[in-house]
Design a protein around this ligand. Structure first.
Ligand code: NAD
Length: 478
């Protein structure tokens, strides 16, 4: 098993494109070059767009049952190639291979769920105020889709866009992250091997800003779906506006975790540590600001510390490892900056706090306590393995602090009180809230943010809806 040759998928062909340009793919675990990724030229992008339009006009006319049959075959092919794809996901991204397998299972589940749900796209008949007239609202695919996604979930970030678009009857051109291309290519191969017609899916790579400017400058795409940071989301939304392209924005977060004195403290500490260091904290819904109620603060911190110290860091291909490297070297200095700033502002370093000196981008699992709300890490998304903790006294106070940032993606609370849980569901400004767990997504539930974390959904019936347009018609029937 080795890292595969990397190609783009344009108009049904696996190709190096015509730009003659490429870039290396670097393994985050040891800094070695594992692949060479071709870049698309403007001509390649135009070919992709035209084929996407042609593909759309073919794919949208199939029945949802015929589309589901292709997508189901692709799910079976992904299952056959499961171990190989999971290992390559770890090679290019760094996460432990056990996490890569879970991610692949979710990706396959997403494909199956969307494919089935595509059969249940219903319209409605609206009673008319005029005799013999019928109003009809029907849902139809919105058109060719353009998507750009981040590297942190190389399988599910891609699949949420691709499965949703294809199940709705749209075609899609996706630019996955140049840092994690092989997983996206493997998903594309499964779909083409399953019989997806040429042009319905294109996979391109290049300089991100150039690719997005070119694709969104075309009148062909009718929908943009983006997963990534807030600044890039705002930039892409402006580009999309030129051609009145509707958007889904899955952007950054800064999830508060509220640990109340009436919770199961042991269970909360265990879950918080497992959640914080999953994918080395490089998760948009990662638990990020830990607010712990005064009366249980010291006990919770002692238990949390034990859990952090038990995290085993290393190459994700080692089955014993529970946390891999960060995706790229640039992330190490960002982590250093967060720790230095927090300590300078009065935080205490409890565990970790530095990079680990071995080949690869390793940063120690880090726990900080008594972190002031003014610290950079309490305000900017860390996207790394650092857990900043602070105290709170009352429900009202913690709600105010939890809501104080411009993000609103996920939030978590641990409490034994149904009343507290009820107040939080009402008052916390977040797209997703979990009480007594860190579980905020399943393929059948809506995943999406509020405020600067974006808008639109992936997963659930809402995730299909964003790829559909409502069309109204009336008819006099005599
Ligand atoms: P980023 O926005 O810099 O990059 C994300 C992706 O967009 C990358 O693949 C990159 O190549 C691409 N990109 C960058 N500039 C682009 C441009 N001008 N045009 C087109 N594509 C462009 O973000 P990042 O720091 O690499 O990724 C982490 C961010 O993604 C975090 O903020 C995280 O919270 C967010 N994220 C959000 C979700 C969600 O569902 N809400 C999921 C995963 C990650």
């Amino acid at each position: 098993m080795s890292y595969p040759e990397l190609k783009m998928l344009i108009a049904g062909e696996w190709t190096d494109g015509s730009s003659g340009k490429n870039e290396p793919v670097i393994c985050p675990a040891d800094g070695s070059t594992i692949g060479t990724l071709p870049h698309a030229s403007p001509t390649d992008l135009d070919t992709a767009l035209q084929s996407n339009l042609d593909g759309y006009n073919l794919w949208r006319k199939l029945t949802p049952h015929d589309r589901q049959a292709v997508l189901e075959r692709a799910a079976q092919i992904l299952e056959e190639r499961f171990e190989e794809i999971s290992a390559n996901l770890t090679r290019e991204m760094g996460k432990p291979v056990g996490e890569a397998r879970v991610e692949m299972r979710v990706a396959i589940d997403l494909l199956r769920w969307y494919a089935e749900e595509g059969k249940r796209v219903y319209g409605r008949i609206i009673p008319s105020r005029f005799p013999n007239m019928q109003h009809e609202a029907r849902k139809q695919p919105v058109g060719p889709v353009v998507a750009f996604v981040a590297w942190n979930f190389p399988a599910t970030n891609v699949m949420r866009k691709v499965a949703g678009a294809l199940a709705a009857g749209c075609s899609i051109t996706i630019k996955p992250s140049e840092e994690t291309p092989a997983t996206a290519i493997a998903i594309g191969e499964a779909l083409t091997d399953a019989g997806l017609p040429a042009g319905v899916l294109n996979i391109v790579f290049g300089v991100p800003s150039e690719v997005s400017e070119h694709l969104l400058g075309s009148p062909i795409p009718r929908k943009l779906s983006f997963t990534g940071s807030v600044p890039v989301g705002i930039h892409l939304q402006k580009l999309a506006a030129q051609n009145m392209i509707r958007c889904t924005m899955e952007l950054g977060g800064h999830s508060p975790v509220m640990v109340f004195e009436d919770c199961n403290i042991e269970a909360a500490a265990k879950l918080c540590a497992a959640g914080k260091f999953r994918n080395a904290g490089q998760v948009c819904i990662s638990p990020t600001r830990f607010f712990v109620q005064d009366s249980i603060h010291d006990r919770f911190l002692a238990l949390f510390k034990e859990q952090v110290e038990a995290v085993k860091v290393g190459n994700g291909l080692d089955e014993q490892v529970s946390m891999g490297p960060l995706v790229a070297e640039r992330r190490i200095s960002i982590m250093d900056g967060f720790v230095t700033d927090a300590v300078a502002k009065g935080a205490e370093l409890v565990v970790g706090g530095t990079s680990i000196h071995r080949a690869g981008n390793y940063f120690a699992p880090t726990l900080l306590q008594e972190v002031p709300d003014t610290a950079q890490i309490m305000n900017e998304e860390p996207f790394g393995p650092i857990a900043p903790t602070a105290r709170f006294s009352s429900l009202d106070e913690v709600i105010e602090r939890a809501n104080s940032l411009p993000f609103g993606l996920a939030a978590y609370a641990f409490t034994g009180s149904a009343k507290t849980a009820g107040v939080l569901k009402q008052e916390i400004e977040t797209g997703m809230l979990a009480v007594n767990s860190l579980h905020v997504h399943s393929v059948e539930t809506p995943f999406g943010g509020l405020k600067f974390s974006g808008y639109g959904y992936e997963g659930g019936i809402e995730g299909l809806e964003v790829f559909l347009a409502t069309r109204y018609s009336s008819e006099i029937y005599n």
